[in-house]
Design a protein around this ligand. Structure first.
Ligand SMILES: C[S@@+](CC[C@H](N)C(=O)[O-])C[C@H]1O[C@@H](n2cnc3c(N)ncnc32)[C@H](O)[C@@H]1O
Length: 317
């Protein structure tokens, strides 16, 4: 398998993604979350000898790593450090105006998880940052230091679906009054103490939902994804395919809603007697909605456990 453990990040559902996007010689492809380049390598191999690939990542360190990993493909590869919400402007500016396939592999890579300085892991003793793009926006430690109880509760409830959001928010506000919560391990410890004992004994770490919520807030994940999906649709040629891998239900729900809306004709509210929207179907869902990783992949790469793959094909205008 390309992208084995020695490469640091195992590309998830790579065979399914390749079957869905089916790149071939000359295909124009976009990997909007190039990360460690695992999927990109497979795409470039399949689109040899001349298929160009545009790789984006919000994380400058990921772009630098991908540049090294993809160096052997020379001028076929264009890399940009950018948020995929700006796909609609970044891709045409890089010469990718109409493309055959687009991949969004959401979330974070194993490199980011392992980087103590980013704070993605509960055990990290470095700063609680949680930004994909460390050059922009507000870090998680700023939110944890400044948000009031009501705001923290809302973030944990809305983005983490955390049943103990109120208790955790109160604990954060209480604890930060004496010592700042500026590292991931300290936040994890505060959450562990705040939740009831049975929750502490579960297999999933009690702080999982808190970290998910803060990561979503810091990276505006639920805002940027719909923009990226819309932009992707605008770039795809008829017959071109979009593949989206998501790792939590909030993101998967957005992708599902998008595909459901774009496969339909009229999207007027049901109470309207006649269509006024003029909406035309723009996508055809392809394969299972959603696809899930095979048991063998989950056993080999537990990180793939929560993956959901949705694929859709651009219809002719
Ligand atoms: C799961 S990893 C991708 C791994 C890659 N497919 C591979 O095989 O190596 C997700 C990547 O998406 C990037 N990312 C997350 N949100 C982003 C956004 N809004 N815009 C651009 N990149 C983003 C992260 O920085 C991370 O490197």
């Amino acid at each position: 398998m390309v992208g084995d453990r020695s490469e640091g990040h195992l590309p998830v559902m790579v065979e399914e993604v390749m079957a869905a996007l089916s790149p071939h010689a000359g295909s124009f492809m976009v990997d909007a979350t190039v990360g460690g380049g695992g999927h990109a390598v497979r795409i470039l191999e399949a689109s040899a000898p001349d298929g160009p690939l545009l790789g984006l990542d919000a994380d400058p360190a990921a772009v630098a790593r991908a540049a090294v990993r993809l160096r052997q493909y020379g001028a076929r590869v264009t890399l940009r450090q950018a948020n995929f919400e700006s796909l609609g402007t970044v891709a045409p500016a890089a010469g990718f105006e109409a493309v055959d396939g687009i991949l969004l592999d959401l979330g974070l890579s194993s490199y980011q998880l392992a980087d103590e300085a980013r704070g993605f892991s509960f055990r990290a003793t470095g700063p609680l940052d949680l930004r994909f793009d460390v050059t922009a926006g507000r870090s998680a430690s700023a939110i944890v230091a400044e948000a009031d109880t009501a705001e923290l509760t809302r973030v944990l409830r809305e983005y983490g679906e955390e049943p103990f959001a109120g208790r955790i928010a109160q604990a954060i506000v209480r604890e930060r009054a004496t010592t700042p919560i500026s590292t991931a391990d300290r936040l994890a410890a505060v959450v562990v103490r705040a939740v009831p004992a049975p929750r502490q004994r579960r297999r999933i770490h009690p702080a999982t939902r808190t970290f998910q919520a803060l990561r979503i807030a810091v990276n505006r994940e639920l805002e940027v994804l719909p923009r990226a999906l819309e932009a992707a649709l605008g770039l795809l040629r008829p017959g071109g395919r979009l593949a989206v891998l998501s790792y939590h239900s909030l993101e998967d729900r957005l992708v599902k809603r998008f595909v459901t809306r774009e496969r339909r004709g009229c999207i007027c509210p049901p109470e309207l007697p006649v269509c006024v929207c003029g909406h035309q179907p723009r996508l055809r869902p392809v394969g299972p909605q959603p696809g899930r990783p095979a048991a063998a992949e989950v056993a080999a790469n537990p990180r793939s456990r929560s993956a959901r793959l949705r694929v859709a094909e651009r219809l002719a205008a």
